[in-house]
Design a protein around this ligand. Sequence first.
Ligand code: NAD
Length: 249
Amino acid sequence: MLLENKVAIITGAASQRGIGRATAACFAQHGARVVVLDLDPEAAQASALSCGEGHLGLAADVTDPLSIRRAVDQILAHYGRIDVLVNNAGITQPVKTLEIGLSDYNRILDVNLRGTLLMSQAVIPTMQQQQSGSIICLSSVSAQRGGGIFGGPHYSAAKAGVLGLTKAMAREFGPDQIRINALTPGLIQTDITGGLLQDERRHAIIDGIPLGRLGTASDVASAALFLASDLSGYLTGITLDVNGGMLIH
Ligand code: NAD
């Protein structure tokens, strides 16, 4: 049990085959009290229930400070502390630079990058009082290799922004014993591509992966478990690749 009695918030954890839901299930198995945040309250509750007894599912839009405040207040009223935040909520879009409209740019940046900042701002004061905490931010291999997997340049930019924000926050809040690290998954089999990734492209991607397969949500969940737990107690500001060797650098 690596997270016994820890309170762990995971954003965007309602999606059936998603990384967030797999992370919620994995953390619950390791003794955490999990809080699933997602846009739809019923889907969030169903996801929390699927983790077993004693977990919480709440509606929250990570782009909206008021919605986040409401959720965090409820979490503190219920559990009284916050030990782990996984900034997982994210959206993507497969377009090229000249096709990026302003509203596309805004929504991709808002969910992936602004959401990471706003959620972190909402939990850090509690972690400062506790003088402990672990925040895990979902970036992407797209940030490191300049896209070319599925998401467009605005997605790569947002996820590169997540890396910069993670490192800067790690430096700032290390003295409060808050560890802040990033995960950079390769192509993981979830519903984020909305069925738009063609088989031919998928096979071409697999050909470039030394481990010879796409990632699973539980591959990423296991890495998040490591960063959430005391096993990674002396790690902050790191970028942990979960990509099967797709990018070795
Ligand atoms: P997914 O589409 O399965 O799940 C994303 C979840 O985020 C959904 O439940 C959705 O409802 C939620 N969400 C969207 N906007 C939200 C908002 N404003 N507020 C709260 N929740 C919101 O996606 P996934 O593949 O599990 O991706 C999870 C994270 O991992 C994302 O940040 C994604 O960018 C990142 N990632 C995924 C891959 C991949 O190949 N799947 C690779 C690298 C990084």
